[in-house]
Design a protein around this ligand. Structure first.
Ligand SMILES: CC(C)(COP(=O)(O)OP(=O)(O)OC[C@H]1O[C@@H](n2cnc3c(N)ncnc32)[C@H](O)[C@@H]1OP(=O)(O)O)[C@@H](O)C(=O)NCCC(=O)NCCS
Length: 179
């Protein structure tokens, strides 16, 4: 079980995860989701986000038993999100997805550390054996985050994404947490 406390990745930088609820939905958070540069490699790029749509998403995840949506907090700011889910408890597996919305925090190793930490939580607190993550084949930063965390390329879904006037591949990465 995971409760609503802060899950510290590092005390030093006030770097932690916390499950999101409606009170965490700020204009800043909504702005990341409407910033093409931030969401261009995600399916969020097709949507226009508003206070109501983001609140609805956050609450749906908060009350879902198969999903944990965490805010990534760093230096006293909400800088991104990471989702563990949907989880299949019967198969002991889960998908993950992540976004660092505050662009000035890109390239500092924060997503890499976040995924490392989330993998431990998935294993230790939820007994999850297998994690899966999807990424467009041109999202080099995301591919690096996964490889640095020991994820292996398990599948290539060819020509499955229409991106910037081209039909591109989606990659599926996986990691076994418990042998
Ligand atoms: C993808 C994303 C999560 C990476 O987060 P991050 O905190 O900047 O990543 P890290 O700093 O942990 O970087 C991991 C590695 O990727 C490399 N990297 C970062 N940005 C890169 C880029 N644009 N191109 C190539 N490599 C890059 C880093 O150098 C690092 O490798 P290194 O330690 O060997 O130098 C972040 O850019 C982001 O949120 N992007 C928008 C949303 C998104 O694409 N989410 C993922 C959808 S699958």
């Amino acid at each position: 079980m995971i409760n609503n406390e802060k899950l510290f990745i590092s005390n030093e930088d006030n770097f932690y995860l916390k499950q999101l609820s409606k009170i965490d939905v700020t204009q800043n958070y909504i702005n990341w989701l409407n910033d093409y540069e931030v969401v261009k490699y995600t399916e969020q790029r097709h949507l226009k986000h508003s206070y109501d749509s983001v609140c609805q998403f956050v609450e749906q995840k908060l009350f879902s038993k198969e999903n944990y949506l965490f805010g990534i907090y760093y230096d006293k700011k909400h800088i991104g999100n990471v989702k563990l889910g949907p989880i299949s408890f019967s198969n002991k597996k889960s998908e993950i997805s992540y976004i660092i919305g505050e662009k000035k925090y890109w390239g500092k190793g924060l997503a890499t550390q976040t995924i490392n930490f989330l993998s431990q939580i998935a294993k230790d607190k939820l007994n999850i054996v297998k994690l899966l993550a999807g990424t467009y084949d041109c999202n080099l930063a995301s591919i690096n985050v996964l490889k640095k965390n020991g994820f292996k390329l398990e599948g290539r879904i060819t020509k499955s994404v229409y991106f910037e006037k081209k039909q591109i591949d989606n990659l599926v990465f996986g990691k076994v947490l418990i042998d």
